[in-house]
Design a protein around this ligand. Structure first.
Ligand code: DQA
Length: 174
């Protein structure tokens, strides 16, 4: 699988020793999902979505996770069912929260809404653009009501802001 599609990272080394960072990383693991056409970031309508590639965004999230003693697993799919599969499996895979930019599925997918509700984990909806300032058909999010919150309109920085906000939320609950 291409690096932009799927990248995992851990905060602690792989030595097996139980460092504080490793203990903390166990408690805060975030699944980062990006939906259809986001693999094209960097060359897809840069005036709307900017020039950063998804690989660059994922690398930034890995750096933030490292800094915060957390772990992120970043994945992209053009397929609604695969996104549902990943969401459905994430509690048993040990994730504590989800960032999701579902792309156009944001505006259509009852299946993703149901999947987010079903997992009972805090999820943050992410968008590079601000869909509510765009075409009318982007104004409705089917996912928003299942999510803890939303970060939209800050370009590629939306992902970083959303990750920090979700980690703050999880930290406040510990
Ligand atoms: C998007 C906004 C959606 O309306 C659009 O279909 C996308 C990208 C965003 O990140 O701004 O694919 O989710």
């Amino acid at each position: 699988m291409a690096e932009a599609r799927r990248s995992r990272g851990r905060a602690a080394g792989s030595s097996g020793e139980r460092s504080p960072a490793k203990l903390r990383s166990k408690a805060r693991a975030i699944l980062v999902l990006s939906g259809p056409n986001l693999q094209l970031l960097g060359r897809r309508e840069p005036s709307i979505y900017g020039r950063d590639t998804l690989a660059v965004i994922h690398a930034r999230l890995q750096a933030i996770a490292l800094e915060r003693g957390a772990r992120v697993d970043c994945r992209q799919s053009n397929h609604e069912g695969e996104l549902c599969d990943w969401l459905g499996a994430c509690p048993s895979e040990g994730f504590n929260g989800v960032l999701i930019n579902a792309g156009a599925y944001t505006h259509t997918s009852l299946a993703l809404y149901d999947a987010i509700r079903a997992i009972k984990l805090p999820a943050v909806e992410v968008h590079l653009s601000n869909p509510e300032a765009r075409e009318a058909y982007r104004h409705e999010s089917k996912l928003a009501a299942a999510c803890l919150g939303k970060v939209a309109g800050f370009g590629s920085n939306s992902y970083a802001l959303a990750l920090r906000a979700l980690l703050d939320h999880l930290d406040a609950k510990r």
